[in-house]
Design a protein around this ligand. Structure first.
Ligand code: ZN
Length: 299
């Protein structure tokens, strides 16, 4: 049973929103590509874990802070007597394993993900002990990309290559029904999960830098319409005004998470071309309303 869903990284949402209204620097475009690839790998792995038979709770993307140290786990499987944690590496192409290092086919070493896994495993074990849960922790590195190949791969039991996944699931065996404390643990992990926050890696930008207005979701060209539906002059794709307003509101939310999402701010972001009544209806239908009257905002 899925207990915690995965959300796209905040930085990926920011870069995707930025890209629609200004051109990204090479560094930003590379970061976006890397984050998108990682996200695709994690979603692929989610589709693999959701079919594991037996009794378990699945928590995707858990970021915890234990006694001042932050660690992150891509996927957690809580079973009756043990926890399985997975770190997903969506590498593709040829890599080498040499003297305990991961190397690209060019010979350049990359950070060994096994070290990151061991660190997270140690911290999770300490976290469980601290909260009085006596479950053994099993940690794995999963490589779900079908084109990934690791030359000279040693038989490290933490590694799971795509071709080994079915066997891994069989080895997990049939699980016994979850005891009551599994619920308490899943709730604790979900409640202590630290949300993604903007940090120094985030690009800097200002509200006034942006060209306002509705954008075609297909080609990101500015679009205008007096009716409920609008057709892009450039690529011909058709969208409802409501979906364009929702897209604009989501961009604003991703780019300026510290500012409350209000009808007035979305109105301005849409270049004041859509009525406030329509914007208010879209926000009320897609977000949770907080506050009242002139202090109303949406989350
Ligand atoms: Zn278009």
């Amino acid at each position: 049973m899925l207990k915690k869903d995965r959300h796209p990284p905040l930085l990926l949402k920011v870069l995707e929103a930025l890209e629609k209204r200004k051109s990204l620097t090479t560094y930003e475009a590379d970061t976006k590509r890397r984050l998108l690839k990682g996200w695709q790998g994690e979603k692929l792995f989610d589709s693999m874990t959701e079919n594991i038979p037996g009794h378990q709770f699945i928590l995707n993307d858990v970021r915890l802070n234990h006694r001042g140290t932050t660690f992150q786990i891509d996927t957690l499987l809580i079973r009756a007597t043990e926890i399985h944690m997975y770190e997903v590496k969506y590498y593709d192409g040829d890599y080498f394993y040499e003297n305990g290092d991961f190397k690209l086919s060019s010979g350049s070493p990359i950070l060994n993900p096994l070290h990151q896994l061991e660190r997270a495993k140690t911290l999770l074990t300490q976290f469980l002990e601290y909260h009085n849960f006596s479950l053994s922790v099993h940690a794995y590195l999963v490589f779900p990309h079908p084109q990934f190949f690791l030359y000279q791969a040693p038989p490290i039991r933490e590694f799971i290559f795509l071709s080994q996944w079915d066997q891994h699931v069989r080895n997990l065996g049939s699980s016994i029904p979850l005891p009551r404390y599994a619920d308490a643990l899943a709730d604790l992990l979900s409640s202590l999960h630290k949300k993604d926050q903007p940090n120094s890696d985030f690009p800097s930008y200002h509200y006034d830098d942006f060209q306002k207005g509705l954008l075609c979701p297909g080609c990101h060209s500015p679009v205008h319409s007096e009716t409920k539906v609008c057709t892009c002059d450039k690529c011909g794709s058709t969208s409802s005004i409501s979906s364009l307003v929702l897209q604009a509101a989501e961009e604003l939310e991703a780019l300026f998470p510290a500012d409350p999402l209000t009808t007035g701010r979305v109105y301005d972001w849409c270049e004041r071309t859509v009525s406030k009544e329509r914007i208010q209806r879209v926000l009320a239908g897609n977000f949770e309303q907080k506050g009242r009257y002139r202090g109303t905002y949406y989350v």
